[in-house]
Design a protein around this ligand. Sequence first.
Ligand code: CP
Ligand code: NVA
Length: 330
Amino acid sequence: MNLFGRDFLKLLDYTPEEILYLIDLAAELKDKKKKGILTDVLKGKNIALIFEKTSTRTRCAFEVAAHDLGMGSTYLNPSDSQIGKKESIADTARVLAGMFDGIEYRGFEQEKVETIAKYSKVPVWNGLTNEFHPTQMLADALTIKEHFGKLEGIHLVYMGDARYNTGNSLMVLCAKLGMHFTAVSNKKYFPSEELVNICQDIASKTGAVIDFSEDPYEGTKGADVIYTDIWVSMGEPDEVWEERIKDLEPYRVTMDIMNNAGDSCVFMHCLPSFHDLGTGIGIDIKNKYGLNEMEVTDEVFESDRSIVFEEAENRMHTIKAVMYATLKEA
Ligand code: CP
Ligand code: NVA
């Protein structure tokens, strides 16, 4: 498998074999890290990390992985760079490609990261856009594989806002890897018809199943994984909270829902999560709408059914695999 020089912008651009290769490579790099075996095979290279939205996991994963691979990294955010205000995305891409060996971009429209890739002669990696979050998917797949020993045939149910980056990307992941994806939500929050059609087409070749339900109990029955994400994503206006809460409260992940799914069902979340009052936004929402927890109850989040911190750690191992595969000459 040779992915040298490739961009990593969305899973739709990758074959099932390439995705599985990256997951296996991540497992191998994780094993080496645990054994203290160095993997600094990219010494002398440098990467740029552009973040137009905030981040804990993705930024730290790129920085630690780059360091483990022997590379230097430079973090840029819109407030202390010229990006967008004084210099176009196309010009920025060409400037950075002259100095760096790879570029990570987190921002708003998918079109922007595609533009950076078009103008950059070095690999570009999508660290999250409104539409897709592909590095998150590799971490999720590795976590599921570690837990269940396989991916094919696993039934993943996504509850909540399924038409944003995480929901969209999980549907693509499941379609590519022959999994069963169910979006359980108010139908306003199902992925777009265009993306559903693309995924159904992929599913017809891989044996995947893609379906939808507005009934939280019927939709979660027999699930292996129940996955959710925050109800209002980065970059969305505060005004949407009221409607979102009204629409998505019936789709909160509760212990009742987990039990309805079955004894072996696990809980996943890309994080960050509003499962208690430990955040500023959590307290604001409590004051305005009286909620103590949002997309998932604290009981589920803290239970032994929850594998969210294994999932978070895997962000680093999988991002390392993406950089290794696209920057290391075979
Ligand atoms: N899951 C995820 O992308 O987290 P960050 O926003 O902290 O990077
Ligand atoms: N849907 C969330 C994902 C965060 C990792 C957001 O875009 O804010």
